[in-house]
Write a protein of this length. Structure first.
Length: 202
């Protein structure tokens, strides 16, 4: 069984800034509460799960809270870190970024399903997805249930990858995975457990 957890609300979420790999982006008070809510939803696992997190501060803090509530340790997995479109966008207001010429170029390529397109100082979607797959394959060898604390883009792709959903179908029907939500993946089935999310699981 795999449990995917999106980090709690961060300062950049609150300010509508592009997050990327920003190092100073901690959880807000609301985000801390969401991490405790996620821990409550995962408490039944007790010692039967291994916890891994992206190294970025917002995910690390979320994993720390979950691990403490479950009485477990956790490990950092570098390959779970956030997708990097380009370092140019870091600290940009989210809405303003959409007018940036580089973002417009990236969006045009992805709309045309060119997942190999790469901006300067960034990575392609294809490379990002391969990175996530490699990280997951290494972790699943442990034979335990997994709790993975990561980012919105990582939740999107790993749900697609683990359940076998067609990528275009999934992104055309992209669910609202809010900060702090927990997604349970069991074979080809997935379910949103967090009460923070208002939609029904697919």
């Amino acid at each position: 069984m795999v449990y995917l957890v999106r980090h709690g609300e961060s300062v950049f979420n609150q300010l509508d800034l592009y997050q990327g790999h920003a190092a100073n982006n901690s959880l807000t008070e609301k985000g801390v509460g969401q991490a405790y809510e996620a821990a409550t939803l995962l408490r039944h696992l007790n010692g039967n799960a291994a916890i891994y997190t992206s190294p970025l501060l917002r995910t690390y803090q979320t994993a720390e809270i979950i691990a403490d509530c479950l009485g477990k340790s956790f490990k950092v997995e570098e390959r779970l870190t956030e997708y990097m479109r380009s370092k140019k966008f870091e600290n940009w207001p989210g809405k303003k970024m959409y007018c940036h010429p580089d973002y417009i170029s990236w969006k045009r390529h992805t709309d045309e399903l060119d997942y190999t397109f790469t901006l300067e100082d960034g990575e392609s979607i294809q490379r990002y997805c391969k990175r996530l797959e490699a990280g997951f394959k290494r972790l699943e060898e442990n034979g335990k249930d997994l709790i993975l604390v990561l980012h919105r883009s990582g939740l999107d792709y790993l749900i697609h990858y683990l359940t076998g959903l067609l990528r275009n179908y999934f992104f055309d029907n992209r669910p609202e995975l809010k900060p702090g939500c927990v997604v349970k993946v069991d074979g080809q089935n997935w379910q949103i457990l967090s009460s923070e999310v208002k939609i029904e699981a697919q």
